[in-house]
Design a protein around this ligand. Sequence first.
Ligand SMILES: [Zn+2]
Length: 445
Amino acid sequence: MKNNHLGYIKKGSLTRRQFLWLSSMTAAGCVFGCATDPVTGKKQFMLVSEDTEIQIDKQYSPVQFSSDFGETQDSLLNRYVSEVGNKMAAASHRPHMPYSFRVVNATYVNAYAFPGGSIAATRGIMLELDNEAELASLLGHELGHVNARHAAEQMSKGQLTQALVGGISVLAGTQSAALGDLAGQLGQISAGALLAKYSRDNEREADALGMQYMVGAGYGSEGFVGLMEMLNTLSKHKSSTVDLLFATHPMSQERYDTAVRDANTKYSSALKGPLNRDRYMDHTAGLRARKGAIQEIQEGEKQMAASKYDAAENHFRKALKQAPDDYVALCMMSISNLAQKEYALGRQYAEMAQKAYPKEAQAYHLSGFSRIQLKDFEGAYEEFRSFEQLLPGNPNTIFFKGYCREGMNQIEPAAEEYQHYLQVVQEGKYAQHAYRRLVDWGYIK
Ligand SMILES: [Zn+2]
């Protein structure tokens, strides 16, 4: 299916209708919706086609990757993770899917997969892994979710978040609840809103497949046990950096116990297979050189979540001392300043972030938002245009472009943007603002 220029926000899009249809159909049983599970060969209740899985992936994964501050600029690391992932994907149950692998800059600990095969691991989780076999296990687990079609299954049961199926307009509508709401204004998607939430059965199956794929690729099954041990330890130390990981991938002692059992029985011949620790250490050297900075960012984000901006900025500054060009640290400094209405400083840090990573979208939004506050509407408009080119389809951007035009007293272009916005989002303070202006200007009678 082809995307138009509006991408996933097109009003009355297939996915939106499909969601309503799915909701009404879930009680109807296996009449129209049966497909063959590519892993088990059994019939499964499935209302979501493979084309739809790929389409949803294309629409949402770029938004999630950008909200995780984009792919790491460490191309050696990205290539390495892709190489390990592609090797296993080729031998998976759905080798024809358009798989892709990357490390994203975010510092919280997580990995996730979109239903078409776009898979990401954060810098935070890459620092927790000890060897290539553990990385293969992690990617194998995510491949397991894709191959067993868990996101599509959750969607068919109506379990996947409405936001994911209903379109980003739902998110935009709720996030712009107040014009003073910073999160809404920064155009960020609330953490994890686009990620599928899996059941414990899904996790068990993804683990089983992950181990099968990593052993199949020639790794020692001890690597899978190592991954489970690491996750199990993290789950016992409640920390905000791992919250999302366990919200999206439920963890239990049972998963660790199963890994130990299978490594010693089913896969005992692979128990002493290679872990490739040296290879992992070589390819993550650049990342590990930033470990101190990344830990400071993790601490800073914890303070930010508690609105302790001074403490947060102390941590971000320490991070920047160690890694002056760290995109996340620069963006977080910008956000913290904007949250405290220090708009000029917020703009400075946003500009530094743009220089550090010109192809990543978030910093343009931060700069645009700062410029609006500083009444530089012309400059802000250009920033939002750049944001839109890098990451099309965020309705907040349309609203802000209209708002900038209004600030420049360009009524007709402003009205066009507001009309465009109202086609996508009908609720919330932004929609009210846009509607009121259109009435004031005589476009709506
Ligand atoms: Zn999982």
